[in-house]
Design a protein around this ligand. Structure first.
Ligand SMILES: CC(C)(COP(=O)(O)OP(=O)(O)OC[C@H]1O[C@@H](n2cnc3c(N)ncnc32)[C@H](O)[C@@H]1OP(=O)(O)O)[C@@H](O)C(=O)NCCC(=O)NCCS
Length: 198
């Protein structure tokens, strides 16, 4: 369990399926514009099998699937995916939370907890977060934590029924040696102004 105050991350369990299902199905309008979809068929809402597949990635050291807890209740997911070891040592983070708890800084705190864990416990060197240009709330999350803008991936992920462009943001271990959570809590994150392509 990774914890900061009321906010925690723990590895997902198959018995979380019912709670996740209620949150995802109860918040379709909130999540749909940002949700990965299957380019070859309908999206599966079999949450137990989705969780099993995430846990298989964990077993193979390819991923680290967390649930986000606020005051002990599940309020979202943070998924570390595409973990590459060796000379690349990088991973990608994705996340969502329920609209009832949006705007409290829960996501930046959990992303900071996860990044520190990946850097210090797993030995990852670079963390990437990919965000649709339209997702201002998510861009604020990476800006608050001081991730660098690296560029645009054209038609990168199938989201909400089509291939969507994504901005790439990243941070390497050397850029936040004193800890991502530490500098966010201490209000020491360097101010970043992003210059996106027109
Ligand atoms: C993006 C998301 C994870 C941000 O989580 P969060 O815990 O609310 O993050 P923060 O509290 O730092 O708020 C980030 C921004 O969200 C916006 N926001 C705040 N409260 C909000 C609310 N009630 N409703 C909508 N947006 C809100 C603000 O722009 C805020 O930036 P600010 O603090 O500078 O005002 C969350 O909005 C979400 O789950 N959205 C749907 C799924 C999604 O977009 N996932 C990310 C895909 S890359």
């Amino acid at each position: 369990m990774l914890t900061q105050g009321d906010i925690s991350l723990r590895i997902i369990r198959t018995k979380d399926a019912k709670t996740i299902e209620a949150l995802v199905l109860g918040n379709r309008e909130w999540l749909r514009p940002w949700e990965a979809t299957n380019p070859y068929g309908p999206v599966s809402f079999d949450f137990k099998s989705q969780i099993r597949s995430l846990l298989r990635q964990l077993e193979r050291s390819e991923g680290m699937p967390f649930v986000i807890l606020y005051q002990g209740e599940i309020v979202g997911q943070l998924n570390v995916a595409n973990i590459l070891h060796g000379s690349v040592s990088s991973c990608v983070i994705g996340y969502w939370i329920s609209p009832e708890v949006a705007g409290k800084g829960i996501t930046p705190t959990t992303v900071a907890l996860a990044m520190d864990y990946m850097f210090n416990a797993v030995g990852i060197h670079r963390v990437e977060i990919d965000i649709r240009p339209e997702n201002g709330a998510s861009i604020r999350v990476v800006q608050k934590l001081g991730l660098r803008y690296e560029g645009l991936k054209k038609n990168y992920i199938h989201i909400n029924g089509d291939w969507r462009d994504h901005y790439v943001f990243a941070l390497t271990f050397e850029e936040a040696k004193d800890g991502v959570l530490n500098r966010w809590m201490q209000k020491k994150v360097p101010k970043i102004v992003y210059h996106f392509p027109k």
